[in-house]
Design a protein around this ligand. Structure first.
Ligand code: NAI
Ligand code: MG
Length: 494
């Protein structure tokens, strides 16, 4: 059995198979099916949870609809604000326990928080918005006796589907705008990391919120996920995950023209100029690709380096990669945890093989670790490939693992053109001490976010989202609220 140091987590794991949270009550999947949750540091089973299907999604959507049209619709903005604040307090109180569940379930290192802000801060940020959603009065030219105004109304029942790479944060990013705007929701977490979402619902259940406002249906994507995106009772889908599934969701949503927000994959460029401060750029770009074991949608996986410093940078990055402590996610010293599952380990290892076969220079890493008690987990040494060509698979496809591709360039125009020569458009980085060039590159990159001289910062107030095939719409910030609101114009003849 996995050694669990956090006692509330131990009791949670030992308290039996986790159920679905539908209409304010816990229940097993209609057909009784369950999935086992695996600790990727050890390969051991943590506990099991319900594998919901179409019947469960039906029940959850019906409950969300009743809540949307019923008691929840009469909650005032201040009441919704207070729900968010009370939830934030509970999430804060149980922060260690919630984090610990992700540490065990998907392997995020316990000593390395994924983000600089806490989940409760996101809830509090949106609590503030609940009272600041308003329409406008408009002077029309039809008649002085007609008064026009707009209302911002919640879109309705939201189906929210999240991935496994940052389970707790992803769930909060989806729940917060739903509660702020007055929507209701069915949350479907990833089958590889559902436990923190279950625990979040246990906390949510302590609040005085009508049944059905938030429902949880755990289960596999092809069953619970597909049923949710196809359901005619769902008004909007908020999805974070792979571009391939995002495309399926766009097709499935056509049936009732659901509104969609999509936060999808990436192959983000990180451009290092010769004048950059390498003391910062090497570890910065390094963590830009290796943080969370490379399982980050905006990971800066294509590192373009100006030719005069290319070899020096490659050597520095390899040295940095070798210095990273890879280990069990429960070890406080661990900087890089395991890959989430055997399936993902195979997938990432397949990309390492393809890099070798296509002739990239393997500088370091890329091998599975089978020593130090890590053999039963899914550990890979962070890999650096140099002399990667733009057309190689490792330079084009999202790997979602600790694999960096480093490539030399000669001019700004070339760096921009090659950075943009991808179907993705999520993140981008530039390292330079030339202010004008930093702005030029920031504006020239066709991506939803650009970091200058520092990679991977997030904040609840700053929008995050992709261009091109990296997605539609934004998460976080006031812009995310737009995704959950409809505008209505009202004409009043006086
Ligand atoms: P995925 O996109 O299949 O899974 C994400 C979520 O979508 C999960 O909750 C899953 O159950 C659900 N899902 C899957 N199929 C669905 C369907 N037909 N309808 C509705 N929901 C569905 O990602 P997966 O398979 O876990 O990872 C595979 C690859 O996807 C990774 O290697 C990575 O390249 C990419 N990925 C990208 C993420 C990102 O944030 N950019 C997050 C997760 C995966
Ligand atoms: Mg797991």
């Amino acid at each position: 059995m996995t050694s669990v140091v956090n006692s509330p987590v131990a009791s949670f794991l030992e308290s039996g198979s986790k159920q679905l949270w539908i209409d304010g009550a816990w229940r097993p999947a209609a057909d009784g099916a369950v999935i086992e949750s695996i600790n990727p540091s050890t390969g051991e089973v943590l506990c099991s949870f319900a594998a919901g299907g179409a019947a469960d999604v039906d029940a959850a959507v019906a409950a969300a609809r009743r809540a949307f049209e019923g008691p929840w619709s009469r909650f005032t903005p201040v009441q919704r604000q207070n729900v968010l604040l009370a939830f934030a307090d509970l999430v804060d109180e149980h922060a260690d326990e919630l984090t610990h569940l992700d540490v065990l379930d998907m392997g995020a290192p316990i000593g390395r928080p994924v983000s600089s802000f806490t989940p409760a801060e996101v809830l509090r940020y949106y609590a503030g918005w609940a009272t600041k959603i308003h329409g406008e009065t408009i002077s029309n030219s039809v008649s002085p006796d007609i008064f026009t105004y707009t209302r911002r109304e919640p879109v309705g029942v939201v189906g929210s589907i999240i991935p496994w790479n940052g389970p707790l944060g992803s769930a909060i990013f989806k729940i917060a705008p739903v509660l702020a705007t007055g929507c209701t929701m069915v949350l479907k977490p990833a089958e590889d990391a559902s436990l923190s979402s279950v625990r979040l619902m246990e906390l949510f259940a302590e609040l005085n919120v009508p049944a059905g406002v938030v429902n949880l249906v755990t289960g596999v994507g092809s069953a619970a996920g597909a049923a949710l995106v196809e359901h005619p009772g769902v008004d909007k889908v908020a999805f974070t995950g792979s571009t391939a599934v995002g495309q399926q969701i766009v097709r499935a949503a056509a049936g009732n023209l659901k509104r969609l927000s999509l936060e999808l994959g990436g192959k983000s460029p990180d451009i290092v100029f010769a004048d950059a401060d390498l003391e910062r750029a090497v570890p910065g770009a390094g963590m830009g690709v290796f943080a969370n074991t490379g399982q980050v949608c905006c990971a800066g996986t294509r590192i373009f380096v100006e030719r005069p410093i290319y070899e020096e940078f490659v050597e520095g990055l390899a040295h940095f990669a070798d210095s990273l402590k890879v280990g069990n996610s429960l070890d406080a010293q661990t900087q890089i945890g395991p890959i989430v599952s055997q399936r993902q380990l195979n997938r990432v290892s397949g990309y390492v093989t393809s890099g070798l076969e296509e002739g990239a220079r393997a500088v370091t890493g890329g091998r599975r670790i089978e020593t130090d008690g890590l053999a039963s987990g899914y550990f890979l040494r962070p890999a650096v490939f140099a002399d990667v060509k733009d057309e190689m698979r490792i330079a084009r496809e999202e790997i979602f693992g600790p694999v960096a591709s480093v490539m030399p360039f000669d001019t700004v125009e070339e760096a921009l053109a090659r950075s943009n020569a991808t179907t993705y458009g999520l993140g981008g980085g530039v390292w330079t001490n030339d202010l004008g060039r930093a702005h030029r590159v920031a504006h020239g990159l066709r991506t939803g976010v650009v970091w200058v001289n520092g990679y991977g910062y997030f904040d609840p107030a700053v929008p995050f989202g992709g261009h091109k095939q990296s997605g539609w719409g934004s998460e976080l910030s006031v812009h995310s609220l737009e995704e959950y609101l409809n505008t209505k114009a009202v004409w009043v003849t006086t």
